[in-house]
Design a protein around this ligand. Structure first.
Ligand code: SAM
Length: 153
């Protein structure tokens, strides 16, 4: 399965929506602390509806803890609105990690620079970035599409 990684997410409704998307697609959800909300926040729970029991999730106490738990040979794709390579130009493999940054600031340079990065084009004039939950949905579904939407993705 794919793994969605949220680096220090700030808004519980986004994380809840992403949890729902992960449960629906069979992707695992990794959350890297500090979070901008309480883990038992009603807003987080509500946005994830009753999908939480179906969700495979991991809470990491810090970025260092996440890196320490990352199996050797893992592939991580960092999503950013500020990099040139299109997210459709790379080949995703089952088990890949898709990494997304916090709502107000995006991924810090030292995190973004550590992994290959991709962007989702925004051809309109109206925005600097997509909503986090939207970006996860777009990126995750492209990865799933490439592997045939298989349960083993
Ligand atoms: C709301 S955005 C962060 C905006 C932040 N102010 C910035 O300038 O980076 C939250 C996260 O969604 C993802 N994201 C949003 N728009 C994206 C895009 N066009 N391409 C790839 N990732 C995007 C990135 O992972 C980003 O860190």
């Amino acid at each position: 399965m794919f793994k969605v990684v949220l680096y220090q997410p700030e808004i519980p409704q986004n994380a809840g929506n992403i949890a729902r998307t992960c449960a629906a697609t069979g992707a695992a959800l990794h959350l890297v602390r500090p979070l901008g909300f309480q883990w038992n926040s009603p807003k987080l729970r509500r946005a994830g509806l009753d999908y939480w029991p179906a969700l495979d999730y991991v809470l990491h106490d810090s970025w260092q803890a996440f890196l320490g738990a990352l199996p050797q040979g893992s592939r991580v794709w960092a999503f950013s609105s500020k990099v040139p390579r299109l997210y459709t130009e790379v080949q995703y493999r089952p088990g890949d990690y898709l990494l997304f940054g916090p709502e107000s600031r995006g991924l810090p340079p030292e995190v973004l620079g550590r992994f290959p990065s991709v962007t989702i084009p925004m051809p309109g004039q109206g925005g600097r970035s997509l909503n986090l939950a939207v970006a996860v949905g777009v990126g995750l579904y492209e990865a799933l599409r490439q592997v045939g939407f298989g349960a083993e993705a």
